[in-house]
Design a protein. Structure first.
Length: 216
């Protein structure tokens, strides 16, 4: 699946083809012919295998030895396999799609479909195996993903706006607090008294004037 301008688009590239399929990694016990001949007895070893599951095509599921290309194509699934875990197919599970009826769900899973993305990505041949409504089901799945992408974009914008509004309100409160502090400091200040040296000088200057007034 690719999202371009919040719109679901189908691609004919190899990547899109890989997106339609998903792997099942497992270990297979195989006879080691060289070691068996060398030791004169049956010797077996385990090899990594991968089964390529193609939703909509239950008849063709190639099994092959795991290569580096497989590991790079499905890194999460391979890492889970190495860790002894099972990983669900990426996407929205069909069980979580409200329009799925129990009968339709069982039929689709029997064809190898696990997610809404598998339905949206299926080719015409797979759509034909789904039945008469296969083409319509693909369009409905694509519309569902379109709506989900648009809703996700709207929710992201709303979250960003909420964060910005909260930041602005925080700055407003801080500015208001600063203004109140400045007002309190200004109100608490009294007129400054003359420095002692200046006051003494003024007294000395005033004495001759006072004496002159007395003599007159």
């Amino acid at each position: 699946m690719s999202i371009a301008n919040a719109t679901y688009t189908r691609s004919t590239s190899l990547a899109a083809s890989e997106a339609r399929n998903y792997p099942r990694f497992f270990l297979e016990t195989v006879r080691d012919n060289h070691s068996s001949r060398h030791h004169g007895r049956e010797i077996f070893r385990e090899e990594e295998r991968v089964e390529i599951i193609m939703p909509g095509n239950p008849y063709t599921r190639p099994i092959m030895r795991v290569t580096e290309e497989h590991r790079q194509t499905w890194p999460k699934q391979y890492e889970a396999f190495k860790a002894g875990q099972e990983i669900a197919a990426e996407g929205t599970p069909l069980e979580a799609w409200a329009r799925m009826r129990p009968k339709q769900l069982h039929e689709l899973k029997a064809l190898g479909f696990r997610t809404v993305e598998h339905i949206a990505n299926m080719d015409d041949q797979a759509a034909g195996r789904v039945g008469a409504g296969g083409q319509d089901l693909r369009q409905v799945a694509q519309a569902f993903l379109n709506d989900a992408a648009r809703m996700a974009a709207v929710e992201r914008l709303a979250a960003e706006n909420d964060a910005k509004n909260a930041e602005i309100e925080d700055l407003r409160l801080k500015l208001h607090g600063l203004e109140q502090t400045i007002e309190r400091v200004a109100a608490s200040k009294e007129p400054a008294a003359a420095p002692p040296v200046l006051a003494s000088s003024l007294d000395e200057f005033a004495k001759p004037a006072a004496n002159a007034a007395k003599n007159s």
